[in-house]
Design a protein around this ligand. Structure first.
Ligand SMILES: [Zn+2]
Ligand SMILES: [Zn+2]
Length: 245
């Protein structure tokens, strides 16, 4: 049996009536990772190394700022990261000594030098401390899902009765199958997952279709059925959970 620290949230997420249990798990991890960054531990300079190096993606800078908590802590993190970034860019650039003062960029080398800088910027754009924290635990959750599916009848039943996944999490789950399951078991699992997914994509297509029909005067007096939140649910099924109201 895998540790309860992972199995309990996984089982709870599959018990929820939602479009994607992995979205439930990831949203919770994201909220906790943001709270961790804004918490007291990163106020200490020596505990900030990872954050200083990685920084955050646009989504998570936005969340950290909008939390409006511990603005001093956030400022310290941002400044350490800014210093690190400036240093990286400075080091990636070809230097020359100009008349009397230090110049960073030598005109004859600037195109070549910019390529190095582009490499630095590409790496920076792909790193985020919050994303990394989420990804490592999501990987544990995916392992646990595959383990429970293989071992526990009750979980397998819940899994099969669920409404499938959003597309990014479906992708994640399929990739993990190759990593954590083998042979016939993996083949059976993949066919189950894809059948559930297609069935549920067709279900929300039906919800959307009914939502659209409701704009037609002939359907005005018909009930909404499950279509009132169909647009939001469909967007989230396509791209993961969002901040749509
Ligand atoms: Zn999802
Ligand atoms: Zn991020």
């Amino acid at each position: 049996m895998k540790e309860k620290i992972y199995t309990i949230p996984v089982t709870d997420a599959f018990r929820q009536d939602c479009e994607c249990p992995l979205c439930v798990l990831e949203k919770d991890l994201e909220d906790r990772a943001v709270q961790f960054v804004l918490g007291p531990s990163l106020m200490e300079p020596d505990k900030r190394d990872d954050t200083t190096e990685k920084g955050f993606c646009r989504r998570h800078f936005t969340k950290l700022f909008n939390a409006r908590e511990n603005i001093l802590g956030l400022s310290l993190i941002i400044n350490s990261h800014l210093e690190h970034v400036t240093d990286l860019i400075e080091k990636a650039s070809p230097k020359s000594i100009g008349k009397g003062k230090r110049k960073l960029f030598d005109k004859s080398q600037s195109v070549q030098g910019a390529q190095k800088t582009v490499g630095v910027l590409d790496r920076l754009e792909s790193t985020c401390e919050v994303c990394d924290r989420i990804d490592s635990t999501m990987d544990r959750y995916l392992e646990v899902i595959l383990y429970l599916y293989g071992k526990e009848d009750e979980f397998r039943r819940m899994f099969k009765e669920h409404k499938g996944f959003c597309l990014p999490h479906l992708n994640m789950l399929l990739k993990s199958t190759g990593k954590y399951m083998r042979g016939e078991k993996a083949e059976e699992f993949i066919s189950v997952v894809l059948n559930i997914e297609v069935e549920n994509l067709k279900r929300i297509y039906g919800d959307m279709d009914w939502f659209i029909k409701k704009f037609d005067y002939r359907y005005q007096n018909e009930p909404w059925k499950n279509s009132q939140d169909a647009v939001q649910r469909t967007i989230e099924k396509l791209v993961k959970y969002t901040e749509l109201d």
